[in-house]
Design a binder for this molecule. Structure first.
Ligand code: PMV
Length: 386
């Protein structure tokens, strides 16, 4: 099992066993601190993403070092909009006063202290998608928060382009691992683990033209909040006997998936994405404290979808994160055929199927000027009735 060595510099704090910031990110913090930048109001809108090759398991005792590299598709319409202001500490989510999740709060304090800035911030965040719809708001939320800090300190004027990208990717991942894949302006993003290092690398992945803007929708099967968080799942992952098997195969899966994206090889992409989703759930179900994130509705829908897809020769793939709702992706020209399949399933199962379709392929927008260019309709809901 790969376990990175601790770097030379780490800080103990009362509330943490060990707190670590990746060295490349620390250098940026140090550079910004020396410049004594003035914190103003900052805003950012960042997309969520759906992993086709999943991040599951992280190094114990340090900040968000993944045990494996992962690859995702950017969900331009499923976004978090975040505004930060230097003011009494408060966090508003979709207009309601809430408590900022512990990891976000701790990371924010750490970053602001390193920057020599006040840690008291008013944060307002709003999502374009409902909670528990199968999309982790921590990915878009973490990305929007690091982007809002960048805007508040006008870091894009201060850092070189390369430094600013590093700020966004390594900063986002401290808030939430998957958030690191939400800050690059690319349809497909690879988040790369670097063996024996606390730094990671994030890359835009090249694809064929056809795969640049895939159609995407989330089938809403169950909207109850999941009982076990993905943080807990990451901790447990290595206790599954299946973990090393998946781990050994991942370099091949990642390479093959990237080749499929470049060559427009849909069937290979579909095969790996679906194996990955099944592998993630096989692992969660075989850990020391097994967790089943899937509901009856998920398995019924999946079985029917897979059968109907083969019957109608549809080019569409499914994937699922740590939750019960199903993501569907297909080339844009297949969307009418996908909708026809969903209609058939609603009819066969005699149940209404609600799908949130992604209506945008925009990337991170930092600052009010960029946010103003985003489309007004980011998500479209469609119901397929029996
Ligand atoms: O970023 P986290 O800690 O919410 O973990 C994300 C885990 C999965 O969504 C299941 C997979 C992934 O790579 O996004």
């Amino acid at each position: 099992m790969p376990v990175a060595r601790f770097p030379k510099t780490y800080r103990d704090r009362d509330r943490f066993a060990v707190i670590l910031l990746p060295s490349s990110f620390c250098q940026l913090l140090e550079k910004a601190r020396k410049a004594s930048l003035t914190l103003k109001t900052g805003c950012c809108s960042a997309p969520a993403n759906i992993a086709l090759v999943k991040y599951w398991g992280k190094e114990p005792g340090c900040c968000q070092v993944p045990l494996n590299s992962s690859l995702s598709f950017t969900l331009g319409g499923f976004r978090s909009h975040t505004i930060i202001q230097p003011a009494a500490s408060s966090f508003f989510l979709d207009g309601r006063l809430e408590v900022l999740p512990a990891r976000m709060q701790e990371t924010l304090e750490e970053i602001m202290q390193h920057l020599g800035q006040k840690t008291a911030l008013r944060i307002e965040s709003a999502n374009t998608f409902p909670a528990a719809c199968g999309i982790a708001s921590s990915a878009s939320g973490g990305a929007a928060l690091i982007g809002a800090i960048s805007d508040a300190l006008r870091l894009s004027d201060f850092f070189s382009e390369k430094e600013h990208t590093l700020w966004l990717t390594e900063g986002a991942r401290l808030f939430s691992g998957s958030a690191t894949r939400s800050v690059l302006p690319a349809a497909f993003v690879l988040w790369e683990r670097i063996p024996d290092s606390f730094n990671t690398k994030t890359h835009a992945i090249r694809t064929c033209q056809d795969f640049q803007s895939l159609a995407h929708g989330v089938v809403m099967l169950d909207q109850t909040e999941k009982a076990i968080s993905s943080s807990q799942g990451h901790k447990e992952a290595t206790t599954s006997p299946l973990f090393p098997l998946r781990h050994a195969a991942l370099p091949f899966v990642l390479k093959n998936t990237q080749e499929a994206l470049l060559q427009g090889d849909w069937l290979t992409l579909e095969m790996h994405a679906e194996h990955e989703a099944f592998a993630l759930h096989a692992i969660t179900q075989t850990t020391k404290s097994p967790v089943c994130y899937l509901s009856n509705a998920t398995t019924t829908f999946l079985a029917t979808f897979i059968a109907e897809r083969y019957r109608q020769n549809l080019r569409a793939l499914w994937t699922i994160d740590a939750g019960p709702n199903v993501h569907l992706l297909c080339p844009q020209q297949e969307l009418p055929a996908l909708k026809a399949v969903l209609q058939t399933i609603a009819h066969d199962l005699y149940t209404s199927i609600t799908v949130l379709f992604n209506n945008a392929s925009d990337f991170i927008a930092i600052g009010a000027d960029q946010i103003a260019t985003l489309p007004s309709t980011l998500i479209r809901q469609e119901v397929f009735a029996p």
